[in-house]
Design a protein around this ligand. Structure first.
Ligand code: SF4
Length: 499
């Protein structure tokens, strides 16, 4: 068997992606959330199986833990012969093509296909997958009536047990499939031919690398580009970058030569790179920013998780749920740096305890600094809307949050080493190169927000000693996030005072 639903989708996005996946998979670079997405996909898929009541599953594994495709195919035929109403993972093969339908639902006319997605919107790629499945299933001799995509209703609010019929949206897509089914035999044949050749295909990077998502082989295919290049430009839209690339504007020198219009950060980035400029510092801008702040000064950072299936009452799918914060603070000018922190019990809804503790930890007259404050403000607003009795105090904290990112977003400081990224993970090493105290790589287990989320969600299933160890890692990670802010704030003061 040569083609599956996911491989066909790769071919649709970019034939070379399918080839890479077949012959050079070791170059694949998944983003940090990929594992969590897969896990959630499996959970949503498992939940959706019960959407029509009773069902049978074809799932079967080989002794070494792989999916047993032969058994899936045999089980499917067995259940079809038995006239089962709902067959999950119903597997079919036609020529060199294979597919497993999430739910095959029997109707009076034949069978309907239900494709389940852990997503809050209907995407074109799902239609592509549905078209492929319909084509395989029909060619395998089954009459397909309608085709549906089942995805997450982001307006659902959990109240008690998860209500499957409220959580999941079912949208018929039968009529959308026609253009994708045109010349299907031909397309499939070409895809199979494409991967029958061992020589690497010549295909330049282009718009296909970013649509619908960044291709997992981007690093491989772009490795020949000079560094930095048009795709590294601060906040450059990929579509625009591709246009420039296709016109031969690739390096930062090309950008200057062709007089491409740039925003102020992009200008600083390009000039710093081409002319090897020292750190750009706008003292007046920094001073104006610092003058807004007052003591007691608090540095706040939240960690949160999102799940498609809401874990607690009052939560929507994919809503941010804060579970941890770190607070560094200084009471008065030249005061001592102190620290408080909160990490929720992994077995309960963390929101109320966290909100109450936050109010205790931040005095009403405090000035609060965050990095990219929109996230902290959003979390506090959600807490205030959930707990009316705490609303006033929470909104009072929110009102006094200043954003340290503004200093960099307004271009008051730019260093070549930021490489066009203003995230704290880029700014920090640029401002404090090789500083062991401020190096996220020196932490154990948790080095970024994605790992923090995955770690917290995994705690429940772990033994106490491992759980305690990971809780310490979570605390260390969040502690570093706010310590980083403190050090940046101190560095800004030094820059203003320097001659
Ligand atoms: S990076 Fe672009 S060209 Fe390379 S395989 Fe992916 S989509 Fe195709």
């Amino acid at each position: 068997m040569n083609l599956s639903k996911s491989k066909y989708k790769q071919y649709w996005q970019c034939p070379k992606m399918l080839w890479m996946d077949t012959y050079q998979k070791e170059w694949e670079k998944q983003d940090a959330n990929a594992e969590q997405r897969l896990k959630e996909g499996r959970e949503v898929g498992a939940l959706a199986r019960g959407i029509f009541g009773e069902y049978v599953e074809t799932i079967s594994y080989t002794t070494d833990g792989r999916l047993d495709l032969d058994s899936l195919l045999k089980n499917t035929q067995k259940y079809l012969a038995q006239g089962k109403e709902n067959i999950c993972e119903a597997a079919f093969v036609y020529q060199h093509c294979y597919c497993a339908v999430d739910i095959l639902h029997r109707t009076e006319q034949g069978y309907d296909i239900y494709e389940v997605k852990a997503s809050t919107s209907l995407e074109e790629e799902y239609i592509v997958e549905c078209a492929y499945q319909k084509w395989v299933v029909e060619n395998a001799g089954i009459h397909v009536g309608k085709v549906f995509v089942v995805y997450i209703n982001n307006q659902y609010v959990r109240n008690g047990e998860v209500d499957l019929h409220q959580l999941l949206k079912i949208q018929e897509v039968t009529d959308f499939l026609s253009p994708y089914l045109v010349s299907m035999d031909e397309k499939v044949k070409k895809a199979i031919q494409y991967i029958s050749k061992k020589e690497e295909p010549q295909m330049d990077i282009g718009a296909q690398c970013f649509k619908p998502d960044l291709c997992t082989y981007w690093d491989y295919c772009s490795k020949g580009l000079p560094k930095p290049n048009i795709f590294d430009l601060y906040r450059m839209q990929k579509r625009k970058a591709v246009n420039f690339y296709e016109k031969g504007i690739v390096t930062f020198s090309d950008i200057l030569e062709k007089k491409i219009a740039l925003n102020s950060i992009q200008q600083k980035q390009v000039h710093a790179e081409v002319f090897h400029l020292p750190t750009h510092v706008n003292k007046n801008g920094i001073k104006t920013f610092l003058n807004q702040l007052s003591y007691p000064l608090y540095f706040l950072d939240f960690e949160s998780f999102q799940t498609y299936i809401p874990l607690y009452d009052g939560i929507k799918p994919y809503q941010q749920v804060p579970f941890q914060y770190s607070l560094h603070y200084i009471e008065k000018e030249n005061g001592v740096l102190q620290h408080k922190e909160f990490l929720a019990d992994e077995n309960e809804d963390p929101r109320r305890t966290l909100a109450e503790q936050l109010i205790k930890d931040i005095p009403p007259h405090a000035c609060v600094l965050a990095y990219n404050k929109s996230f902290e403000c959003m979390i506090i607003k959600q807490l205030a809307e959930t707990f009316f009795d705490l609303k006033k105090q929470l909104l009072n904290i929110r009102r006094k949050i200043y954003d340290l990112l503004d200093v960099f977003r307004d271009g008051f400081v730019y260093d070549q080493a930021m490489n066009g990224s203003l995230s704290i993970k880029s700014v920090l090493p640029a401002m404090f190169p090789n500083h062991p105290e401020l190096n996220y790589h020196n932490l154990d287990d948790v080095h970024n927000g994605t790992e923090a989320t995955a770690t917290f969600l995994s705690l429940k299933s772990l033994e106490k000693s491992k759980r305690d160890e990971l809780r310490r890692s979570l605390l260390a990670y969040c502690h570093l996030d706010t310590l980083a802010m403190v050090r940046l704030w101190q560095r800004l003061q030094e820059l203003v005072q320097s001659t």
